[in-house]
Design a protein around this ligand. Structure first.
Ligand code: MCA
Ligand code: AMP
Length: 488
């Protein structure tokens, strides 16, 4: 069973799920999700407009109960990205909060027709309790969800995640963090990624714990949520991306309010050493770091009861294997200094991208290991340190993975744009900031930023657009991004 925390035998907790100001009990979650599940059975896939809301959680649980692959649609997706995700995944219905604002209604599906946007009315679902057929047991090899993630070029690729991979990944983390029914997991992360949705919602619901989502990931909201959990005698496990930890570190009062938490966890991007230190000093404990990818779920983590080391992401979870290879594919020594490309294998790794045998073949080695594209070292004790990525065209901004090629293609879709090169510039707050260098006719930087946000997702907008006369190219005509110099 994927979510034993929602089984009839599990305790009925009045505040099993809190999102912002709204709470649902375990029994309400089950009743609402089962009621909706009855209407989804047999659908090829169901999309969920993943706003930070109880509706997103109910819709996701309904898809899982019906055995229909759930496709979380970024809440800030523009029409281009939404259309791609809906057509590629085959989802014909989008479950959304009744008050959701969508910029892509009227999206046409390949077979004609328009996508149906179905409002999730939680109160009505609770009233109709009992009318829905009981969801059937679902095979653990079935696809639970399809998450979309960016590559260096093209539109995002779908990663089908099987139920057994979710179960293995969450149980591995439960063992690493002693994460269980007594914990309330606190975070304010987007609900369409592994971090916020799989770990931050399905994790606690699998383990019989509680979820407290802050709606916005502000330092004040984190402080209040930990205070509420601790005030009720609960144990808080707090999740954040490095940008969230860095913003907390800049607000000492909010950081100090995290002192009662049992565990602080950072992931999705590299946590800078000074932020790790500042959180340790201000919150009474340094965060533990863990590492993963959409394609692999979480594969490495420091242990709750073990050592915490700034800049190191720990050791493999149960069942996961890792290795380092050089450019020739030969093994790299695990001496804590030599760097190589990290490859992983294990029960949480995807089988392949949806409809993309070409991309799947590229990412797997002949002997079945997944090439992460991350450059790392491993020490004699098996601890891993991620030192960078092989491709500079995959940008991590605020923990979001954004392909430079996807943003470049969106920019080139503007009639005034002739050439575009997108890079991730070092940024103290976001890790990397998306910056575009553009050769264009008569157009303002802001218009181009807005243009990207209208087509793709808001978080894929360049933070800055520099209009330039030309881009540096080599003799073959390829843009030399390393030679692009920010204006003084
Ligand atoms: C943002 N803003 C902009 C631009 N970008 N304005 C103009 N131009 C831009 N280019 C606006 C926002 O809309 C917002 O406006 C304001 O700036 C500040 O935004 P805010 O949300 O505070 O911050 P942010 O800088 O936009 O976002 C920081 C963040 C966010 C909240 C940390 O990046 C975030 O939620 N990151 C989490 C990503 C994540 O979960 N990744 C997991 C994937 P306004 O205030 O008007 O709205 S990784 C994964 O799943 C794995 C497997 C793993 O390892 O975990
Ligand atoms: P995503 O698929 O969005 O989860 O992005 C996966 C990528 O995030 C990885 O390939 C890494 O580059 C990066 N990443 C995730 N966790 C960490 C971490 N703890 N430290 C450094 N990079 C990380």
């Amino acid at each position: 069973m994927l979510l034993p925390g929602l089984a009839p035998s599990a305790p009925d907790r009045p505040d099993a799920l809190v999102v912002g100001e709204r709470a649902m009990s375990t029994s309400e979650l089950v009743a609402a999700a089962d009621s909706l599940a009855g209407r989804l059975t047999g659908a090829p896939a169901v999309a969920v407009h993943a706003t930070p809301s109880i509706e997103t959680v109910v819709a996701t649980l309904a898809g899982l109960a019906a055995g229909v692959p759930v496709v979380p649609l970024p809440a800030d997706a523009g029409p281009l990205e939404a259309h791609h995700i809906l057509t590629d995944s085959g989802a014909v219905v989008v479950l959304a909060s009744p008050d959701a604002e969508v910029s892509w209604d009227g999206t046409h599906l390949p077979g004609g027709g328009e996508v149906e946007i179905a409002p999730v009315d939680v109160l009505a679902l609770l009233r109709s309790e009992g009318s829905a057929p009981a969801p059937r047991p679902v095979d653990d090899a079935a696809v639970a969800m399809i998450l979309y993630t960016s590559g260096t070029t093209g539109l995002p690729k779908g990663v089908p995640i099987r139920r057994r991979a979710l179960a293995a990944g969450l149980d591995g983390l439960a063992a690493a963090w002693a994460w269980g029914p007594d914990d309330t997991t606190v975070h304010g992360l987007p609900l369409w990624h592994v971090h916020g949705l799989v770990l931050g919602v399905l994790g606690p619901l699998r383990l019989g714990g509680k979820v407290r989502h802050t709606a916005k990931p502000t330092p004040a909201a984190y402080a209040a949520a930990v205070g509420a959990v601790a005030g009720g005698g609960g144990s808080a496990v707090v999740f954040g991306v490095p940008t969230i930890w860095s913003r907390l570190a800049a607000e000492p009062a909010a950081l100090a309010a995290l002192r009662p938490a049992r565990l602080l966890v950072s992931g999705s991007a590299a946590l800078p050493g000074p932020v790790w230190e500042a959180v340790g000093a201000g919150a009474g404990q340094a965060p533990i770091e863990r590492y993963g990818m959409t394609e692999t779920l979480i594969t490495l983590s420091a242990r709750a009861e073990g050592e915490r080391r700034a800049g190191w992401v720990g050791v493999p979870l149960d069942g996961v294997e890792t290795r380092l290879v050089d450019d020739a594919g030969d093994p790299v020594d695990h001496d804590g200094e030599s760097v190589g490309t990290l490859e992983v294998r294990g029960p949480t790794v995807m089988d392949g991208y949806l409809h993309r045998p070409d991309a799947t073949a590229e990412v797997f080695t002949a002997d079945g290991w997944l090439r992460t594209g991350d450059v790392a070292c491993i020490d004699r004790g098996g601890w891993h340190r991620v030192v960078g990525r092989r491709s500079t065209d995959l940008i991590k901004t605020g923990g979001y993975r954004v392909g430079a090629g996807e943003v470049e293609a969106a920019l080139l879709g503007h009639p005034a744009v002739l050439e575009a090169a997108v890079i991730g510039e070092p940024d103290a707050d976001l890790g990397q900031a998306i910056v575009a260098y553009v050769v264009a006719g008569d157009v303002s930087p802001q218009e181009l930023i807005d243009h990207v946000g209208r087509g793709l997702s808001a978080h894929k907008r360049p933070r800055r657009v520099e209009l330039v006369d030309s881009l540096p190219r080599n003799a073959m005509g390829k843009v030399q991004k390393a030679l692009i110099n920010p204006p003084a």
